[in-house]
Design a protein around this ligand. Structure first.
Ligand code: PLP
Length: 379
């Protein structure tokens, strides 16, 4: 049995280009999920492919104790896009590892233990990040997980302020919850988290693994809120699908981060792909494009007269709360309209397309949703 933790889809994907994926018979699918926000600059962007290929021919791997120019360029590129003060970079291979590092660094730098996380939060599947994750289904069979975690309702400033005390090492929070249903933090919530961490000496960790890299219209979602964390984690689309996670942190965290490591940290070929991805994001001003397309998608959704309960999100991170099961809807979109999207729980349709989509792609999606939901468009 291989890949047995996944429920297999009936479509075999063999090729990708821009906003499209192709199955083994060449059928084209418009990708509105980007395999959970993994291809911000589109599938197989030529600059990213070329950079990775060139680096593979030069040097596939050397351990991170040996400086290497592809890795150094990645450190520099990330320091450049980091929120001010978070220029210290740790590289790893996935989102959950970036969060493990964040939690370990926070405990080491504060010499405290308690971690405060939020209801419906998702931070990954390893024992520490999983302890910060909400869904019981993901946790129960694997307990005991890492200890000293406390969960508070997401968006409740008072509950957060109560929970964060002198014993607290870190608060970990997504500026917009992804897996939890596309829930943006209410206004002022992240600021309260910042203030409470300042008062108690806890590290504020923003998990921007899904919200980062321009998806919300800002490079990082926290920039749109004007709140800077002590630690920020990124992964998903950072190297356009090659495995890369990053933990960015302030000096006081980096200076006392504790012993940590990983064999594959800063693999040169993966770094080359990340450098090219970050170049394309800047060159093509993709965050601004995501803001524009996100606004267009939002407007089309609002005026399409669809039988939906709610539209949430920012930029090209969109949740559509539907009246009937999201899974059946997703299946119909894929099989009848050749559009791939994602769920976030049973009642939310989650759209995380490559950030390079254009108006015609949005129009196709609106048309497909209208047909699938059995209504006609107004416009
Ligand atoms: C996907 C995701 C993770 C976990 O990343 P992996 O690479 O799957 O380990 C953590 N946090 C958020 C917000 C995510 O969206």
């Amino acid at each position: 049995m291989s890949g047995f933790v996944f429920s297999e889809k009936p479509i075999r994907i063999e090729r990708g280009e821009g906003a499209y994926l192709y199955d083994d018979s060449g059928t084209e699918y418009l990708d509105f999920g980007a395999s959970y926000a993994v291809t911000p600059v589109g599938h197989c962007h030529p600059e990213v492919v070329e950079a990775a290929k060139d680096q593979l021919e030069e040097l596939m791997f050397v351990q991170a104790s040996y400086p290497n120019s592809a890795r150094d360029a990645c450190y520099e590129a990330l320091a450049e896009v980091a929120p001010s003060g978070l220029e210290n970079v740790w590289l790893c291979n996935s989102g959950t590892e970036a969060n493990e590092a964040a939690l370990k660094f926070a405990r080491s730098a504060t010499s405290k233990k308690k971690i405060v996380a939020t209801r419906r939060g998702f931070h990954g599947r390893t024992m520490g990040a999983l302890a910060a994750t909400w869904k019981q289904k993901y946790k129960k069979p694997f307990e005991p997980l890492a200890g000293a975690f406390e969960t508070v309702p997401y968006g409740d400033s008072e509950a957060l302020a109560d929970a964060v005390d002198e014993e607290t090492a870190a608060v970990i929070v997504e500026p917009i919850q992804g897996e939890g249903g596309i829930n943006p933090a209410p206004e002022g919530y992240l600021e309260v988290a910042r203030e409470q961490c300042n008062e108690t000496g806890a590290a504020l960790v923003f998990d921007e693994i899904q919200t980062g890299l321009g998806r919300t219209g800002d490079f990082w979602a926290c920039e749109g809120e004007g709140v800077t964390p002590d630690i920020l984690t990124s992964a998903k689309g950072l190297a356009s699908g090659l495995p890369l996670g990053a933990t960015l942190c302030k000096d006081w965290i980096a200076e006392d981060a504790g012993p940590h490591g990983s064999t594959f940290s800063g693999n040169p070929a993966v770094c080359a792909a990340a450098n090219a991805t970050l170049d394309v994001l800047a060159e093509e001003d993709i965050p601004a494009h995501a803001a524009e397309m996100g606004a267009y998608l939002q407007e089309r959704l609002e005026t399409a007269d669809l039988p939906i309960r709610d539209i949430r999100g920012r930029g090209l991170m969109t949740g559509i709360e539907v009246k009937r099961g999201s899974n059946r809807l997703l299946k119909e979109l894929a099989l009848n309209h050749r559009i791939l999207a994602l769920p976030a729980g049973r009642s939310v349709l989650r759209l995380l397309p490559p950030l390079v989509i254009e108006e015609n792609h949005v129009n196709s999606m609106i048309g497909a949703l209208s047909e699938t939901m059995g209504t006609t468009m107004e416009s």
